[in-house]
Write a protein that binds this ligand. Structure first.
Ligand code: ADP
Ligand code: MG
Ligand code: ZN
Length: 203
């Protein structure tokens, strides 16, 4: 795909898709190239996500790049000053003001690259992502490989003890005893509470 970025000013790029679709990998690829071009580059990530290395963005395949963990959107904006390219990984975990903050940075001349899950484990739009998508100049929706059938996966399946997680569970459960798989629409299991409770009672 040929893309001609605007000649002046900033813009917003969004990279979305399910877990394992390569969002962090793509973020790292884009920001490394900007770094090679001599631009001032920074990647932020929410402090909530310390599954891997707290000070790095790390892809599931092992690619990594230094990142700045921030606790709030205000901290992100303050620390983004002076950077020409601003990456925000796991953007779905930020509070809603991350939308206006991204637009402000772009309007101030920064290239903003936001990567995150477009859907939660219930397949509902995740946090600030829908608005970011509608404001973005460039959008990429990546697919993973479905853990079940090998087809293109567009959803994230949360499993607890190998079974679909209850639909009523918390949206964000970092570090809890659950697992995630990438699944296609057909293989995704909704995990109604009744089915999950019934299944565990029968087990
Ligand atoms: P994301 O940030 O979207 O979760 P990552 O960039 O961290 O994705 O990881 C992508 C990498 O994960 C792939 O390049 C591949 O090596 C690995 N991987 C593991 N499981 C899968 C899967 N089911 N589908 C695609 N890639 C997978
Ligand atoms: Mg990622
Ligand atoms: Zn499938």
């Amino acid at each position: 795909m040929i893309r001609i970025p605007p000649q002046r000013g900033g813009w917003l790029e969004v990279i979305c898709g399910p877990m394992f679709s390569g969002k962090s990998e793509e973020m790292i690829r884009r920001l490394r190239r900007a770094e090679i071009a001599g631009q001032r580059v920074v990647i932020f990530k929410p402090r909530i996500d310390d599954r891997f290395d707290a000070a790095d963005v790390v892809s599931h395949a092992g690619a990594r790049m230094r990142a700045v963990p921030v606790s709030s959107v205000a901290e992100l904006v303050a620390r983004a000053q002076g950077f020409e390219v601003v990456g925000i990984d796991e953007v779905q975990f930020f509070e809603h003001p991350v939308v206006s903050a991204s637009l402000e940075l772009a309007e101030g001349g920064a290239r903003v690259v936001a990567a995150g899950l477009d859907q939660d484990f219930r397949r509902l739009p995740f946090g600030p992502i829908p608005e970011l998508l509608s404001h973005a100049e460039f959008v990429d929706k990546l697919q993973a490989v479905c853990h079940r059938c090998g087809g293109p996966a567009t959803t994230t399946q949360r499993l607890v003890a190998g079974k679909p997680a209850p639909y009523s569970g918390e949206t964000v459960l970092v570090g809890a005893a659950e697992q995630y798989e990438a699944r296609c629409r057909d293989c995704h299991e909704p995990g109604t509470d009744a089915a999950a409770l019934g299944a565990s009672a029968a087990a």
